[in-house]
Write a protein that binds this ligand. Structure first.
Ligand code: ACO
Length: 324
């Protein structure tokens, strides 16, 4: 039994904010942001747009692409660090909006690695028969937890959502790398690094939502090392080498992290899907958003071998290899 990606979808807030617009609010410049990060613009939710509304829009697109009715979905796993409410889980609000109550729905919290954690969890649950069809969603409104006075962080993030429909399929006697589906995944966490990337509020501590705080340089260093390592682990497990990969869909934190990781693996940059220029860092939404962009513009096709990877607060990190 394998979990096969049957469709993808995404959603962005209506409002696009350019670097020049940010430079009018904080002491920064388009040149600094582009040179250090590759980011040119980001989408920012207004008060009518929430994590669940973006997630629901992305889920509807993914269902339409898969040709699957919402009522067939038995499992929703939603990755977010910016839920609509402390509880209930945003996944349950998406389930209600889609009108498919009764199945399993819950959130996972692994910040920017959230989609990898959600995908791996859903894959395991489908393969053990807990459900037949699942929605895996990454959705965030990071604009709500940014300190808009802090130029070192507020220029880096954006809002959005991405979704995939997974279906459990019997691939029969297909070899390890043949046939569609998720072939191998690895997840990691190391809680010793909390102070490098965290939110300084929460229900059990300050009773406030808090703001994102980051030591960017240290995060950058850890990201390149951890990502190269986990990509190697997943390739080994699936019996492939980097040369076999058709596309890498990485977490979109920073163009320089993407370049450095590709160089470490000897991967040509044209195999790396890049959306950080348009979307900035949308945390758990960035991998499924980038996947949907590349599926819709025709780059990622059926049969392609695609590597997903991400690293985020915690630290948490992970990678997953799938045949489309
Ligand atoms: N505009 C202008 N100047 C700025 C800005 C800004 N927006 N932000 C910082 N600076 C200044 C700093 O104050 C510093 O000035 P100083 O030298 O006078 O002290 C100078 O620019 C250099 O600052 P550094 O932080 O050393 O710059 P660096 O080259 O490391 O780039 C960046 C910063 C872009 C944050 C980089 O470290 C990075 O990308 N790190 C990874 C962070 C990341 O992607 N986090 C998210 C990944 S994990 C996740 O997604 C949750």
């Amino acid at each position: 039994m394998r979990s096969v990606i049957k469709g993808t979808g995404s959603a962005l807030p209506a409002k696009c904010v350019t670097n020049a617009e940010l430079a009018a609010r904080v002491d920064t410049s388009d040149e600094w942001i582009v040179e250090r990060t590759g980011i040119r613009q980001r989408y920012i939710a207004d008060e009518t747009e929430t994590t669940s509304s973006l997630a629901t829009a992305a889920a509807r697109e993914a269902l339409a692409a898969a040709g699957i009715e919402a009522g067939e979905i038995g499992l929703i796993v939603l990755a977010t660090a910016t839920p609509d409410h402390t509880f209930p889980a945003t996944a349950t609000q998406v389930q209600a909006a889609l009108g498919c109550g009764g199945g399993i729905a819950f959130d996972v919290q692994a910040v920017c690695s959230g989609f990898l954690y959600a995908l791996t969890t859903a894959d395991a649950m489908l393969r053990t028969g807990m459900a037949k069809k699942a929605l895996v969603i990454g959705a965030e409104t990071f604009s709500r937890i940014l300190d808009w006075e802090d130029r070192t962080t507020c220029v880096l993030f954006g809002d959005g959502a991405g979704a995939v429909v997974l279906e459990a399929q019997d691939v029969g006697a297909a070899g390890v790398g043949d046939g569609p589906g998720i072939l191998a995944s690895r997840l990691h966490a190391d809680g010793a690094h909390k102070d490098m990337l965290y939110v300084d509020g929460g229900p059990s501590t300050t009773q406030t939502v808090g703001h994102l705080r980051m030591r960017g340089r240290e995060v950058f260093r850890h990201a390149v090392v951890n990502l190269a390592e986990v990509l190697g682990e997943v390739l080994d497990e699936a019996g492939f080498t980097a040369a076999d990969i058709d596309w890498v869909v990485p977490h979109q934190a920073n163009a320089r992290i993407l370049d450095a990781t590709a160089r470490k693996l000897d991967l040509p940059p044209e195999k790396v899907i890049v959306t950080v220029d348009r979307h900035a860092n949308t945390s758990a939404a960035s991998v499924p958003l980038a996947l949907d962009v590349a599926v819709r513009d025709g780059r990622i096709k059926k049969g392609d071998l695609v590597m997903f990877e991400a690293m985020g607060g915690g630290f948490t990190w992970g990678a997953s290899l799938a045949r489309m």
